[in-house]
Design a protein around this ligand. Structure first.
Ligand SMILES: *Cc1c(COP(=O)(O)O)cnc(C)c1O
Length: 373
């Protein structure tokens, strides 16, 4: 019998659908003979800033460096503290560590999995310089209360928008809500390049100017170096590919919304299964569609046996990873993050997923939930 195979994310169909546009982008760059910081990067920066409603966009090497450059740009480093979610991809924490500052984890709202504003204030000290919320899984964090707290304590709000290209919070774009934001265009993100790429968005003229230099060896004029900068530039080729894909981002996100709606319709009310909670002000773009189940590992194994690929985002919260053992945070310190890590499962999702595949996935989950209740 030929078993159906459902990939976690179809990485081939995007090229099939946009072959003409992507091939033309490639040709343009090849024939221009210009590969670093040229017209493609400038145009993408203009187009992506306009799309999100921000004043400046700076193309950089990847999402981790986007966040790091923002922290450097604001002069945040040694001796400073930055509030981060206890449940996030480790890159959020690493950006803070690279800057020399200390990541201070705060638990998420257990319903939305995003940084809980009610817990943030208790974590603020005289050393706190910024709050770094993540729009996790493509769902916007509750930004208004975070901005209000930041305003009272004179802190920057830096958004990790790596998973949220096109997501809206109260009608406004994720990444254009705080003082600055970092985006990743890693190939698997909703807007993905064909390699590593990232960007910073900000309305802050001074920060934009500084990051423009920091990404390019700390210089504005070649060979005149004002800062000890980095080499973190968005390539012309990736900028051209991103320009080819940006016009379809809205439509591709909407296709994800339809799959998410279908999952919710078919999976609501199953014993043991927790579906994503979407507050009324949030328009998520479903970078990841999560379910929680107390017997997650068995569910994942069962789905694998049915040909369904799933992933866990993320199996180990940063504070329990070997990389952060030096912080000496014992297990049990962040129970919400630890519970999410122990029970989260990410279902197949993407703009090229068929409803037949979604139905197949939903049926398999229904069988598992009924049999194990
Ligand atoms: C992908 C991601 C990053 C890092 O982006 P890269 O481009 O891989 O460096 C940072 N934060 C979150 C939440 C991410 O998902």
């Amino acid at each position: 019998m030929n078993q159906r195979k459902v990939p976690f994310l179809d990485m081939k169909s995007p090229y099939q659908e946009l072959k003409a546009e992507l091939d033309a982008a490639y040709q343009r760059v090849m024939e221009s003979g210009w590969y670093i910081l040229g017209e493609e990067v400038k145009s993408f920066e203009r187009e992506f800033a306009a799309y999100c409603g921000a004043r400046h966009c700076l193309g950089v090497g990847n999402g981790l460096e986007a966040l790091h450059l923002i922290l450097r740009g604001y002069g945040i480093g040694e001796g400073d503290e930055v509030i981060v979610p206890s449940n996030t991809y480790i890159a959020t924490w690493l950006a803070v560590s690279y800057s020399g500052a200390r990541p201070v984890p705060v638990e998420p709202d257990p319903r939305t999995y995003n940084l809980d504003p009610l817990r943030v204030e208790a974590a603020i000290t005289s050393r706190t310089k910024a709050i770094l919320p993540v729009h996790l899984y493509g769902q916007p964090a509750d930004m208004d209360p975070l901005l209000e707290i930041a305003g009272r304590h004179n802190l920057k709000v830096i958004e990790d928008a790596a998973q949220a290209q096109g997501a809206r919070y109260k009608g406004r774009f994720a990444g254009a809500l705080g003082h600055a934001s970092g985006f990743s265009f890693y190939p698997g993100k909703n807007l993905g390049a064909l390699g590593d790429a990232g960007a910073v968005l900000t309305d802050d003229d001074e920060l934009a100017e500084k990051i423009r230099m920091l990404r390019n060896y700390g210089s504005k004029v070649k060979y005149y170096n004002e800062y000890k900068g980095y080499n973190s530039r968005l390539d012309e080729l990736h900028a051209a590919f991103l320009r080819a894909k940006l016009p379809t981002l809205e439509e591709w996100n909407q296709r994800r919304v339809k799959i998410a709606e279908y999952y919710v319709e078919r999976l609501s009310g199953l014993p043991g299964l927790t579906l994503p909670h979407v507050p009324e002000w949030a328009e998520p773009i479903w970078h990841i569609f999560t379910v929680l189940h107390p017997r997650r590992d068995e569910l994942q194994k069962y789905l694998a046996s049915q040909g369904v690929d799933t992933l866990i985002h993320y199996p180990i919260p940063p504070h329990l990873s070997d990389a952060y053992r030096d912080m000496g945070i014992p297990q049990g310190t962040f129970p919400i993050a630890e519970r999410i890590a122990a029970s989260e499962l990410s279902l197949p999702m993407g703009p090229h997923m068929s409803f037949e595949d979604a139905e197949y996935v939903a049926n398999a989950i229904r069988r598992f939930a009924e049999e194990t209740k």
